[in-house]
Design a protein around this ligand. Structure first.
Ligand code: GDP
Length: 297
């Protein structure tokens, strides 16, 4: 289960607070010491932890909390609110173009789940929003990438635009956009090149594709199991490319939670969707408040 350790530890320290009829500054301090350790152990970025602890403390030791009838519960609520805020507060909906098609550029390192997520997202948008998506195979470097997207398309009965691997991604995208307009596809999802590591060539190619595709969204797909590495990847992609949203995959695994809790605070890019399994319907919009409630029980 994701967040298991974090959840257990936070719940244990909040439980001590909940019933208290009166709390002192020392109580808050002691609780926040435990919360801090729990967050660090869950691999949350240390600067994010520091800020979080300060924010909660500042609100919790205020007069209105200390003198209220249910101070323990108030403190628990503050932790809940701040945890929600950390993950972005509001749901971040998809940015749609007012002149279709809406173009979504899918980026990410190899193995993060980029191609699978491209298929999942297209399927989600068709089913939940009645859209007509087109998948575009623009990763011409990984030998099996085009084939993988075509197989996904077949499974999902979604059209895939490809021109093989002897044509530049820029040319593929230009043609794909014409094709989409002609065939009235209102969403175009571009599966871009992924590599094992971030390098100049990868970034330059993504920048080139961005220039041509003029995407409404640039999604970065990251693996939640990789913790702070995911956050570092997000920072690099965001610097070079301007990421508009993150898709956090493999939340069905036993991730400690560090990526989910740090990415928005560190990079400013909101988590828009989460991947919850290998199945092609295992994708959901990300709800910060629900996630906070799940963690705090
Ligand atoms: P890419 O190299 O980034 O395109 O990655 P793929 O789309 O090929 O995915 C790599 C592996 O991760 C595949 O085995 C996927 O089935 C798996 N995967 C992707 N998303 C999820 C997820 O949300 N949960 C789980 N458990 N597996 C996932």
């Amino acid at each position: 289960m994701a967040f298991e350790g974090l959840s257990e530890r936070l719940q244990a320290s909040l439980a001590k607070m909940r019933g208290k009829g009166k709390i002192s500054e020392a109580d808050v301090k002691e609780m926040m010491r435990e919360v801090r350790l729990a967050l660090l152990e869950a691999d949350v970025n240390f600067k994010v932890v520091k800020q979080f602890v300060n924010d909660v403390k500042e609100r919790a030791v205020g007069q209105d909390v200390m003198t209220s009838l249910t101070p323990g519960q108030q403190v628990v609520k503050i932790v809940h609110d701040e945890l929600t805020k950390l993950m972005g507060s509001e749901v971040s909906p998809l940015t749609l173009s007012n002149r279709p098609p809406t173009v979504i550029m899918m980026t990410g390192l190899q193995g993060a789940g980029k191609t699978t997520t491209t298929g999942k997202l297209a399927n989600h948008l068709r089913k939940k929003q009645n859209r007509s998506p087109l998948l575009v195979a623009a990763d011409i470097y990984r030998p099996a990438a085009i084939k993988q997207l075509e197989t996904l398309g077949k499974q999902l009965e979604l059209p895939v635009f490809s021109m093989g691997d002897q044509v530049s991604p820029q040319e593929i995208v230009t043609n794909a956009l014409d094709y989409a307009k002609e065939h009235h596809h209102d969403i175009v999802l571009i599966d871009t090149a992924g590599r094992l590591h971030i390098d100049e060539d990868l970034m330059q190619e993504l920048v080139d594709v961005k220039e041509i595709a003029k995407p409404n969204e640039i999604f970065l797909v990251v693996d939640s199991m990789t913790g702070q590495d995911a956050v570092n990847v997000a920072e690099s992609f965001n610097e070079k490319l301007g990421v508009t949203g993150v898709v956090l995959t493999k939340l069905d695994g036993d991730t400690r939670g560090g990526a989910a809790l740090s990415i928005k605070a560190v990079t400013g890019a909101p988590i828009k969707f989460v991947g919850l399994g290998e199945k092609l319907d295992a994708i959901e919009p990300f709800y910060p408040e629900r996630m906070a409630s799940r963690i705090l029980g």
